[in-house]
Design a binder for this molecule. Structure first.
Ligand code: ZN
Length: 246
């Protein structure tokens, strides 16, 4: 099976469409790691697009919970809370209901892959460092776990000798061959709000038959997404950060 892995789209339809165009013909089923909504100006466009893709597995993120009223956003900073309120008010009732019903991670996709938004032990926890990554990778029930939430692409690997963590090299595609007897904890990065200093949209591909993961980057019309954010009356910070990938 070939999977397209999408995380943290955050209402950025321009970025999502660029990813779907770039990945055309390379996948069979879609996996979504949460945070479809929040920050961007087109949460309904993103939700309609993703729902039409009929994901084989999809989980909620913290912004999805706030966007549908499951969470009051009290943990958010001012900008994120303003965006969550705007998103809640602008989502169609049907899309709000769809977000409300999304399962909490971690969930298993098949015998090889599981997914979570933040961490396997807490859907809202940020895995930034090796300590948290090691705790997470040690408790996996599958050889490969994809996660999101930090918006930072990274590959952690644990085998009998070693535990390593590395960011992809910034090429349009970084190849990660999956070794037998190793465990992998992989963040494909964010489609709609990258934070690693690279404004390009990030996404993942996995070919379970070929035992290969690809971490991909593709440019998208950032100015278009920025214009829509400003026109919607969302905080200008949310438009500005897209240009610098922060
Ligand atoms: Zn996010």
């Amino acid at each position: 099976m070939r999977y397209l892995i999408l995380s943290d789209v955050h209402g950025n339809l321009d970025a999502l469409d660029a990813v779907l165009a770039d990945a055309t013909g390379t996948w069979d089923r879609v996996i979504v790691l949460g945070d479809l909504a929040g920050y961007g100006a087109e949460p309904n466009g993103v939700l309609d697009r993703v729902r039409a893709l009929d994901p084989i597995a999809i989980i909620r993120g913290n912004h999805d919970k706030a966007a549908c009223g499951l969470d009051d956003g009290s943990q958010f900073n001012q900008v994120a809370r303003a965006a969550a309120t705007w998103t809640f008010e602008n989502l169609t009732p049907d899309n709000r209901e769809y977000l409300r019903k999304l399962p909490q991670g971690p969930i298993a996709v098949d015998d090889v892959v599981e997914i979570c938004h933040g961490a396997p032990f807490d859907e809202d926890h940020y895995i930034f460092d090796g300590l948290d990554a090691h705790r997470a990778i040690s408790m996996l029930r599958r050889p490969v776990c994809f996660f999101g939430h930090t918006h930072l692409p990274v590959i952690f690997k644990l085998d009998e000798h070693d535990f390593t963590g590395a960011a992809p090299n910034g090429d349009p595609q970084t190849r990660v061959p999956l070794e037998a007897h190793a465990k992998y904890l992989v963040n494909p990065g964010s489609v709609g709000q990258p934070r690693d200093g690279d404004p390009r949209a990030a996404y993942g591909l996995m070919d379970s038959g070929a035992r290969l993961v690809l971490l991909c980057r593709v440019s998208y019309p950032v100015e278009s997404a920025q214009r829509k954010i400003l026109a919607a009356g969302l905080p200008a910070t949310l438009a500005n950060r897209l240009a610098v990938g922060r």
